[in-house]
Design a protein around this ligand. Structure first.
Ligand code: ZN
Length: 332
């Protein structure tokens, strides 16, 4: 019997560098006895787990990479015991969507620190890496996958309450939502039935439709810009109505360029907007004339230069006209 009262698993921290991390507080570190609690089932055989790496280290939380006897990699998250219990409870509620919308969780292990206090960790499958891009920059299909996962969490009966890029893991083209320490019960069953993946062609959504009756999901879909509401976003800065003179949003996103090339000119926002629109109109003209996207991407600095040159030439003429009182507004 272990002196901590918890048995079954030995976590061996011998391969870690000598830096500060939470598990150093554990009784008998670096060979620590821990065991499952009574409340939630633990889905791994009792064994020694070799801890090989620190994946994340913060003030309250450290996440470790461990290797089981059969070489399966697991992730162990140590944080405040209460939060671990909350999170283990949340994953228990989400049993049906583990390995799909959220990672597979093996359960929680408990042990003691050197002063006899409780310490706990959550043990889960290793899955991908945290998303390091803003949601709004993802393709519509990827946004749909993440949003459908969020819907699955709601249907399991939970609201995440700390949903953000850092709490989404990506591996290949699959996503999982993590970090349910602050999750709350979805008080009434979630009424959302709109599948994002099945509506990739939607530009808009009817706010009053019963299939989109959950404010939390709708607000995330809007923040991610899943629906463009008939607008294009140019250079991340402003919106213009879709038109047959402009390319699609995905072409626009892949043709970003620098606007405001002349260092002696102070470009007013309306002028920047004007040049940006002209630049993308030129891209659309060239695509219609048969140029490939790859060709255009390679030539984008040259195209940007040509668009600026034409704009400055026109402005030069305008300035002369203005000097002779023939035009009054230089910002048009
Ligand atoms: Zn909901």
């Amino acid at each position: 019997m272990s002196s901590t009262g918890f048995t079954g698993f030995t976590l061996q921290f011998r391969d870690l560098p000598s830096v500060r991390h939470i598990a150093r507080r554990l009784h008998n570190y670096p060979d620590v006895d821990m065991g499952p609690g009574r409340k939630y089932k633990f889905h791994l055989r009792r064994q020694r787990i070799r801890i090989s790496e620190i994946l994340y280290s913060g003030k309250r939380t450290t996440v470790y990479l461990g290797r089981c006897k059969n070489e399966t990699e697991v992730v162990l998250k140590f944080t405040d015991t209460e939060d671990i219990l909350e999170e283990a409870g949340a994953y228990d509620v989400m049993a049906a969507i583990q390995g799909k919308a959220v990672p597979r969780v093996y359960g929680a292990l408990h042990g003691k620190d050197r002063r006899g206090g409780n310490m706990s960790c959550l043990v889960m499958e290793r899955f991908g890496m945290p998303l390091e891009r803003e949601f709004s920059t993802l393709t519509k299909r990827d946004k749909a996958k993440i949003l459908d996962n969020l819907v699955a969490v709601h249907h399991a009966g939970l609201r995440h309450l700390d949903f953000a890029e850092r709490n989404v893991l990506v591996e290949g083209d699959e996503y999982r939502i993590v970090d349910f320490g602050q999750a709350e019960e979805h008080r009434t069953p979630c009424k959302w039935t709109y599948s994002f993946l099945e509506h990739l062609d939607d530009d808009d959504v009817n706010d009053d439709a019963p299939c989109v009756d959950c404010e939390a999901i709708k607000s995330w879909a809007e923040q991610m810009r899943f629906w463009d509401h008939g607008n294009l976003r140019l250079a991340c800065a402003f919106f213009v109505p879709k038109s047959d003179k402009l390319p699609t949003q995905s072409v626009i996103d892949s043709m970003k360029t620098v606007i405001g090339l002349d260092q002696d000119t102070i470009y007013y926002p309306e002028q920047t907007r004007q040049i940006t629109v002209r630049y993308f109109e030129e891209i659309r003209r060239r695509m219609t004339a048969g140029q490939s996207l790859q060709e255009l991407q390679e030539q984008r600095e040259w195209i940007t230069y040509l668009v600026h040159k034409q704009w400055h030439d026109e402005r030069y003429v305008l300035c002369i006209l203005h000097r002779f009182g023939l035009v009054t507004d230089l910002f048009v």
